[in-house]
Design a protein around this ligand. Structure first.
Ligand code: GRF
Length: 210
């Protein structure tokens, strides 16, 4: 992709959308060479939809509760996403487990951010679990999405120390700041073709530093 081209992408959200905001901010200031064609939410109340509206980005709501199963919902979602012909699909707090059909369809073009140092602490409630396990270090990971939940190849990680006085809330706040820093950075690397997925392996043109 040349420097004048912007990477077409779609962002999927379910809630607050603070990562979406970080991406919007950087794309609006020209730091991030992307064109966000749509923000799609499975939750009509998602605060992130407001953020997209404010930025003048098209939004779509697809409520999973109207679908009999995961397969039919994911197929409907794929149809909407594909109508925007994105080169990258960004999961930013999209609280759904995806079918293998969906994941295979976007393989190499689907990324996620997770609030832990994967492969440690996949799944929900990571900050509380990190504290319970007595970890001295915590973090966030941006990864390509494959069939394994929170298990795809890692693009970028940010690490923070865990202090004795930390609570799940203080950790969440510090991790979120890191997420807002590394997610746009990873997207930028993809947009500039510095990374790509081949099979289950990431090919690095130039290693990224968090
Ligand atoms: C973030 O902690 C992200 O790592 C996880 O869901 C949360 C989304 O937050 N996947 P926001 O909606 O981007 O504010």
């Amino acid at each position: 992709m040349s420097s004048t081209q912007r990477l077409p992408m779609v962002v999927l959200i379910s809630g607050r959308g603070s990562n979406l905001q970080a991406i919007l901010d950087q794309s609006q200031t020209g730091q991030l060479p992307v064109e966000i064609r749509a923000v799609i939410s499975n939750n009509a109340q998602a605060q992130g939809l407001e953020r997209a509206h404010r930025a003048g980005i098209e939004t779509q709501v697809l409520d999973h509760r109207y679908y009999p199963n995961r397969e039919t919902f994911d197929r409907a979602l794929m149809k909407i996403i594909d109508s925007y012909t994105p080169k990258l699909v960004v999961l930013a707090g999209f609280m759904r487990i995806l079918t293998s059909e969906f994941v295979r369809h976007y393989q190499g073009h689907l990324i996620n951010i997770h609030p832990s140092l994967l492969p440690d602490f996949p799944g929900l409630d990571t900050h509380r679990r990190v504290l319970l396990a007595g970890m001295r270090e915590h973090g966030a990971s941006v990864h390509f999405v494959t069939d394994k939940v929170d298990g795809g190849p890692i693009i970028l990680q940010a690490r923070i120390p865990v202090y004795p006085e930390d609570t799940a809330e203080t950790l969440a706040a510090r991790i979120l700041r890191e997420e807002h820093r590394i997610y746009p950075k990873a997207i930028r690397a993809f947009a500039e073709e510095k990374i790509r997925l081949e099979g289950e392996q990431i090919v690095w043109i130039k290693p990224l530093e968090a």
